[in-house]
Design a binder for this molecule. Sequence first.
Ligand code: MN
Length: 745
Amino acid sequence: MDSQLDLVAENKEIVRRYRKLLKCARTQIKEKEDEKQIRKAFEIALDAHKDMRRKSGEPYIYHPIAVAQICAEEIGLGTTSVISALLHDTVEDTDLELSSIEKVFGPKVSRIIDGLTKISGVFQYGSSQQAENFRKMLLTLTDDVRVILIKLADRLHNMRTLESMSRTSQLKIASETIYLYAPLAHRLGLYAMKTELEDLYLKYAEPDMYDEIKTKINQTKAARNKFIKEFIAPIEEELKRQSLPGKVIGRPKSIYSIYNKIKKNKVAFEEIYDLFAIRLILDADIDHEKSACWQAYSIVTDFYTPNTTRLRDWISTPKGNGYESLHVTVMSGIGQWVEVQIRTTRMDEIAEKGFAAHWKYKESTASHRENGLELWINKVREMLANNDSSAVDFVNDFRNNLFAEEVYVFTPKGDLRILPNGSTALDFAFDIHSHVGASCIGAKVNTKLVPISYKLSNGDQIEILTSTKQKPNEDWLKFVVTSKATNKIKEALREEKKLIAAEGKEMLERKMRTMRLDLNEELLLQMRSFFDLKSNYELYYRIGKKLISVNDLKRFRDLKQEKHNLNKLAPRDTKQFEREIKQVRNKESDSLLIGEDMDKIDYTLAKCCGPIPGDQVFGFVTINEGIKIHRTTCPNAVELMSNYGYRIIKAKWTSQSEIAFLAGLRITGTDRMGLVNDVTKVISSELKVNMRSITIETNEGVFEGDILLFVHDTSQLEGLIKKLKSVKGIIGVSRFNFDYKPNHA
Ligand code: MN
């Protein structure tokens, strides 16, 4: 083919994509001047990226155009964001200078690009660098939230085009996405984006599961649609009769949420009844929203009986991320529970697009309500100001707060406070003020006396009791979930530790004088090595806390005086670990081959997920125990990959393995005479599989068994599962991680 022709076609395609973007942006644009600016940004980006291509081979400019398109179309952002998105990779990846962008587009755009450039290194995995990047990103959030929204659009497009990346990059990027970006999208109320990010994560982390669920959703579509149609028919008719305009739709739930249900409840796809939700979207004007929603509720419950314990009213008190909706679960005509979500068009748009849509409506919404999102951003600002823990700890903390659902409680004066679910009286005390928290001795909840560890429930009214004699201790960390309380307690503990260490230092100086030893750096180094401590500070603290006694110090002195023991006191090589990692990585231009490199490299199979050949796996370099092999679906995998990406190494199984691996199977069924015998017969005689242990529990005719056995690979295990399922009386067979504790234990 003529390459000249290719280029012509490519240029046409670029222009086509740009026009599509412009068409979409026009719905947000106010003035003609804006369109000119967008065009200018496009031309500058096109020129800056002109010689670059994406991994897929496509022209690089497709990426910024797509990111801008997501900003305009899916988040509903305006001109400034579209311009910034078009230019988001220029300063980082091309010769273009920030100052020239500022000259053309002014300080607003240049500040956003600057923020995006600062956090662009996210793909370079290295120690806590990534966590540090995330922290920077949050700093920009409190500055201009558009930086994060564009960053999310950038990540979404990268996830959509992950196909062309290497398997290792796919896993790393996907893990980071599920660990940080999806929760962040959720917290900002971008449900559509959050759902897509989660589904894409699953597509790459667990391709087989993803395909299976997707296929099954499609296969069951016709039956589901028929059910939905019959379910909504009477509701639609009644809405019309009462002149309540709106539409009723049935939406399938996301692949990821179905996957989570299968995993969490250990059930098969076929056993999940709520594969979809019914949504009523009403056209009501702003003053009649609430009454319209409750009128619709009344119609729904006239036809179907509601489950009163599952009514959620997020209209009277919206969620912290701005979500408003009325959720009710009702019994359908065929004996199945169905979730119905009732909301207005405005609420629906906020729920799908989140933040930006929220601002669009802001002026028109009732002002008596404090905006949950603003409150949240204020909290982030506060956390950042208060926090001096390590970046990794911080991100973990923050992440925990991202996902948390909320609990609504009241002060004695009746002020509403929103805290993450699981918060205690102590969290509440710190939320009021750090001094109140630090001196808290208990609380009165609804006039009843409770301990500081009391877990708050919705509607609790709390009065904190304090004492000037109280001070935080280590145990308190177990009683709090909010990062504000955690940080304040840690801060207080650090202060106290400092005082103890200062005392310890004085004590040590006195003791060394009486022992006639010269307290110099060398001696301190030997002493640290002797007591196995990382720093002088730790040494002083332990002496101050009397964890190291005078006798211990004497033992040290005696050992030192025996000269031949001196080499035992040589300080430990701290660089060794880093070197080991390097060695393994340099050697592994390809993958670690499990089963072959066994004698050369020290590795073991992780207990938390018990991988066997055939599973998708990766290696993780631990500090003390060599390399651990985990399944990519391991409950710990996401955290390991996103926080310690530089310690991940590729790993795969060698084809023919003589070794047997331990796997766990959980069997459920109806109890009958001889069932256990049949099960063990299948396992040991028919398939020649070696069983390590079997525990069986029967309860009122129900049979539950956990079996640990040795297999060669996943195909053998799958064959076995199939065989076991065919045993009469067996209802379910599934694999479990063998540190998993059966609840009947
Ligand atoms: Mn980008």
